[in-house]
Design a protein around this ligand. Structure first.
Ligand code: ADP
Length: 530
C-alpha cells in the first residue's frame, strides 16, 4: 500500500481540486453505492462500489509509486472504460502523472506517432489490448482484473519536480486531426475540474441514476460521463463498444443494467431506431438521453422521441479543447417547425460569444459568426504544437487588452432572441463553388426535410481552385426504401440554387462512422473516389 495519501491537499483550504479528488469525492459519503457497473460475461455484471474503487486506486498507486516516475511523466493507457482503467487514471492523477488514453488496439501508425511525440515513461495495457512492440526505455504494465502489475520498469527518469499543481496536465487526448497529424489536446486538472463543476450545476443526474457511457476511453466524452456519474454519486454503466453494432445487444445491456441515462453520439441510436424499436420503447427505467459530438438529425430525433416520449433529451455541445461547453434540454414536444436545435448557453462559469471574421464581437440575433468560448475549462495547448495553439486562442473580443484569451471553436453559430446559441455547421464547411458561397449544412438540412430521410451528409470534392462539386449521402428509414436519387435531387432543386445541387447523390444503408461515432467524412470521400 502506498504511503502517499490520495487526498494530499484536502486539509488545505480554498485550494482547487485535482481530477482524482473530484472523481472520488463521493467515496466518503456513499461508500457502498455502486460506482461502476460493467459486463462480466453473459448476462452478468460486475459492480464496483465507491469504496472498492478507492481501494483499487490505492492499489494501483502502490504499484506505480516505486517506479521513480517524475511529476508530469506521460502514461499511455491502452484500455476500454472499466473500473480498473478508471482506477489507473485516478492513480496517475494522484501521483501527478499525465495519462494518455489511446483506446484498445489503436492503429499502428497513429500509436507510433503518439508515442514519438509524448515520449511516455510507461505503457499500461488492459485485457483486449494489442501487442505492439513498446520501445525498451518505456516501462510496461498490465491491468488484469483488479490488479496492476509491472512487467518492465521504465528507464531512470530525471526528477526535478516536488509538488503537483492543478495547472499540470491531467491528460492528453489526441483528436482525429483533420491536418493529418493527430493533435494532442492537453487538459489541466484545473480545467477538467472546473468543467465538472460547471456540468454539476446543470443537475443532470442524481445518486439514484445509472449513467451508460457508450464512448471509447480515448474520446473525452467518456471522461465527461465518468465525471457526471462519479461526481453525482451515481453509477457509471460501461457499455462495451462492440455491442453498439448489435442493436439488440445494446438494448439488452441497457435493460439489464437498469440504465436511467444514456450518453452517446447521435449515431448510436441509428441501428436501434431501424431494427430494435420495441426493445427501445420497453426501456422503462430510461429517463434521460444526452448526445454530443454532432447534430442530431431531426427526423431521427423525432423518431426517438416518439418511442420514448417521457425521456429528457439533452443537447451537449463543445469540443475536446473545453471538454464540452453547453447542455441544453431539447423541448418536449419538439415543435414541428423547429429546423435547428438550440445549444443554449455555456455551462455555469463559462460563456459563448460570437465573432466576425475580423474577430469583432457580434451581438445582433440572427447574424452568423464563429463561436468562441471564454472558460476556466480551456485546454492548456496542443502537445508540442505552439503554432496550432496560438491559432486556436484569440484575445478576448470584449476586452482584447486584458491578456485573457478565448477558444476559437471553428464552429459557426447565431444567437436567438434570448441570446441562446444555435450551431450552424463548421466554419470550414463553408465552401466556394464556382465563385458562390455554399454552406454544406444548408444542403444537408434540405435533404433532411425529405420524408423518410433519416440522416444526410454533404461533401465538397475536387480541387479548391478547380472544378468543385457536391456529393450527398443519405440514409432512409426502413419503410422508405423506395426513395431514390432523382426524387431527392428534385426536392433540392425546389429550394436551392443550381450551384448548390449535389452532382452526386447516393442512398446508403448507413453512414460510416469514426471510432468516436461521428460521421466519417474520409470514408465517404473514399467511397466516391474509389
Ligand atoms: P467532442 O468530443 O465534444 O465531440 P471534438 O473535439 O471531437 O469534441 O469535436 C468538436 C466539434 O464537434 C465541435 O467543434 C462541433 O463542430 C461538433 N459538435 C460537438 N457537439 C455538438 C453538438 N451538440 N451539435 C453539433 N455539433 C457538435
Amino acid at each position: 500500500m502506498s504511503d502517499r495519501t490520495i487526498f494530499p491537499g484536502l486539509l488545505d483550504t480554498g485550494r482547487e481540486e485535482f481530477l482524482h479528488e473530484f472523481l472520488l469525492r463521493m467515496a466518503g459519503t456513499l461508500p457502498d453505492r455502486p460506482a461502476v457497473i460493467e459486463p462480466a460475461g453473459s448476462e452478468r455484471y460486475a459492480v464496483t462500489t465507491y469504496r472498492e474503487l478507492e481501494l483499487l486506486v490505492r492499489d494501483h498507486m502502490a504499484a506505480l509509486d516505486g517506479l521513480g516516475l517524475e511529476i508530469g511523466d506521460r502514461v499511455i493507457l491502452e484500455a476500454d472504460l472499466s473500473a480498473a482503467s478508471i482506477a489507473a487514471l485516478l492513480a496517475c492523477s494522484a501521483l501527478g502523472l499525465t495519462f494518455v488514453p489511446v483506446g484498445t488496439r489503436p492503429p499502428e501508425q497513429r500509436l507510433a506517432s503518439i508515442m514519438r511525440t509524448t515520449e511516455p515513461a510507461l505503457y499500461l495495457r488492459c485485457p483486449g489490448a494489442g501487442d505492439a512492440d513498446i520501445p525498451s526505455g518505456v516501462g510496461l504494465g498490465h491491468i488484469e482484473g483488479p490488479s496492476l502489475t509491472i512487467e518492465r520498469a521504465p528507464a531512470d527518469r530525471a526528477r526535478r519536480r516536488r509538488e503537483p499543481t492543478v495547472t499540470d496536465p491531467a491528460y492528453v487526448i489526441f483528436t482525429s486531426g483533420t491536418t493529418g497529424r493527430p493533435k494532442g489536446v492537453v487538459m489541466s486538472h484545473r480545467a477538467v475540474t472546473s468543467f465538472y463543476h460547471g456540468m454539476m450545476a446543470q443537475r443532470l443526474v442524481t445518486p439514484d441514476d445509472r449513467v451508460a457511457n457508450t464512448s471509447p476511453l480515448q474520446f473525452d466524452f467518456s471522461l465527461i460521463n465518468v465525471g457526471l456519474a462519479l461526481g453525482s454519486g451515481a453509477a457509471l454503466v460501461t457499455v462495451p463498444p462492440e455491442s453498439l453494432r448489435w442493436p439488440r445487444r445494446f438494448v439488452r445491456v441497457l435493460k439489464e443494467t437498469g440504465a436511467t441515462q444514456v450518453n452517446g453520439v447521435p449515431s448510436i441510436w441509428r441501428p436501434v431506431l431501424r431494427h430494435e424499436q420495441q426493445g427501445l420503447a420497453d426501456l422503462d427505467r430510461l429517463r434521460g438521453i444526452l448526445f454530443c459530438g454532432e447534430d442530431f438529425p431531426l427526423p431521427e430525433l423525432r423518431h426517438l422521441r416518439a418511442l420514448l416520449p417521457g425521456v429528457r433529451v439533452t443537447n451537449c455541445y463543445g469540443s475536446t479543447e473545453s471538454m464540452a461547453c453547453s447542455f441544453e434540454e431539447v423541448p418536449n414536444p419538439l415543435p414541428a417547425d423547429v429546423k435547428r436545435l438550440s445549444i443554449g448557453f455555456a455551462h455555469k462559469g463559462a460563456e459563448m460569444l460570437l465573432v466576425d471574421e475580423a474577430g469583432r464581437l457580434i451581438e445582433r440575433p440572427g447574424l452568423v459568426g464563429e463561436i468562441v468560448v471564454r472558460s476556466p475549462a480551456l485546454f492548456t495547448g496542443y502537445w508540442d504544437d505552439p503554432d496550432a495553439t496560438r491559432a486556436a486562442l484569440l484575445p478576448d473580443p470584449v476586452s482584447p487588452r486584458s491578456g485573457q484569451v478565448v477558444l476559437r471553436t471553428g464552429d459557426l453559430g447565431h444567437t436567438g432572441q434570448r441570446g441562446e446559441m444555435y450551431f450552424c455547421g463548421r466554419a470550414d464547411s463553408q465552401v466556394q463553388i464556382r465563385g458562390n458561397r455554399v454552406e454544406l449544412d444548408e444542403v444537408r438540412h434540405r435533404l433532411l426535410e425529405f420524408p423518410g430521410v433519416m440522416a444526410a451528409e454533404v461533401l465538397v470534392l475536387g480541387p479548391a481552385d478547380g472544378d468543385r462539386r457536391l456529393s450527398a449521402f443519405v440514409v432512409v428509414s426502413a419503410r422508405s426504401t423506395d426513395v431514390g436519387a432523382a426524387e431527392l435531387r428534385a426536392h433540392c432543386a425546389q429550394a436551392l440554387p443550381t450551384y448548390m445541387l449535389p452532382s452526386e447523390l447516393r442512398v446508403l444503408d448507413a453512414l460510416p462512422t469514426t471510432p468516436n461515432g461521428k460521421t466519417d467524412r474520409e470514408s465517404l470521400v473514399a467511397l466516391v473516389s474509389g
